[in-house]
Design a protein around this ligand. Sequence first.
Ligand SMILES: Nc1ncnc2c1ncn2[C@@H]1O[C@H](COP(=O)(O)OP(=O)(O)OP(=O)(O)O)[C@@H](O)[C@H]1O
Ligand SMILES: O=P(O)(O)OC[C@H]1O[C@H](OP(=O)(O)OP(=O)(O)O)[C@H](O)[C@@H]1O
Ligand SMILES: [Mg+2]
Length: 281
Amino acid sequence: MLRVAVPNKGALSEAASQILAEAGYRQRRNAKDLVLVDAENDVEFFYLRPRDIAVYVGEGTLDVGITGRDLLLDSAASAAEQVGLGFGRSTFRFAAPTGTMRTIDELEGKRIATSYPVIVQDYLRGRGVSASVVRLDGAVESSIRLGVADAIADVVETGSTLRQADLAVFGDPILSSEAVLITRAGAEEPAGYEVFKRRLDSVLVARTYVMMDYDIRVEQVERAVELTPGIESPTVSPLHREGWVAVRSMVPRDAAQKIMDSLYGLGARGILVTDILACRV
Ligand SMILES: Nc1ncnc2c1ncn2[C@@H]1O[C@H](COP(=O)(O)OP(=O)(O)OP(=O)(O)O)[C@@H](O)[C@H]1O
Ligand SMILES: O=P(O)(O)OC[C@H]1O[C@H](OP(=O)(O)OP(=O)(O)O)[C@H](O)[C@@H]1O
Ligand SMILES: [Mg+2]
């Protein structure tokens, strides 16, 4: 049975269970449950702290995990990112009281509070800056006001937490994070992983793409399919109406409106867009 680690709480928990449910797996109904066996699909889910997931997967106790890229890097566990899952996006950045710091070099000799000490130390080492890192569990934004740090390095999503604390980011983003699927680095592929991965990949495709159908004159088909090349190749079928064909193709969801405008300009009519509920590509 494939053993999968899923965040039990925090920013990634709900969306992780959601993507697994969309991939056809049973998920726990009670947020207190620690384990759920999906016997029909031969998968066992373990609900764990997102920060611990890379440790279990790196040790090989669990086969696969969903965690944040930032948490994976900070764990220094021997786990490898397989695919970005497109949710739980954030950046990881330095911040200090508004107007006090502009560059990374100004961190020299300062105290930096963070919940991600490994990422911060690696980054500073790479930049040749020596500073002391104060490890805190959370609510890092309060650390400067409370006198234990001069700057912080933390997860920034909307930026509203920083604004509330009168802090401003400075320097380039240290990294961009999202939820990722991880497995043990260098290990043989666990039994059942291929199907599990294909199911998640399929949800990502179904979320990213829509199905587009349209009718167009035969002379314009080549130009039209350049706009809608699909993943494999578009389906072109004859229409009862002489000189016209119907085209069906997957297109990226966020480009659909622009593509429809261009197709209409080429003379396409009856342009329809539908959601993809599930797929295998
Ligand atoms: N707004 C956000 N706040 C915190 N983490 C976020 C946010 N958006 C995305 N994430 C990601 O969620 C992961 C943090 O998980 P964690 O469980 O610590 O979340 P949390 O919301 O801080 O939970 P808790 O505060 O209960 O520990 C990281 O990968 C982080 O990049
Ligand atoms: O940019 P924003 O949208 O404001 O989100 C980022 C904030 O959210 C998280 O805090 P959380 O609420 O998880 O508290 P914590 O720091 O105690 O974990 C994170 O640590 C930042 O503080
Ligand atoms: Mg938090």
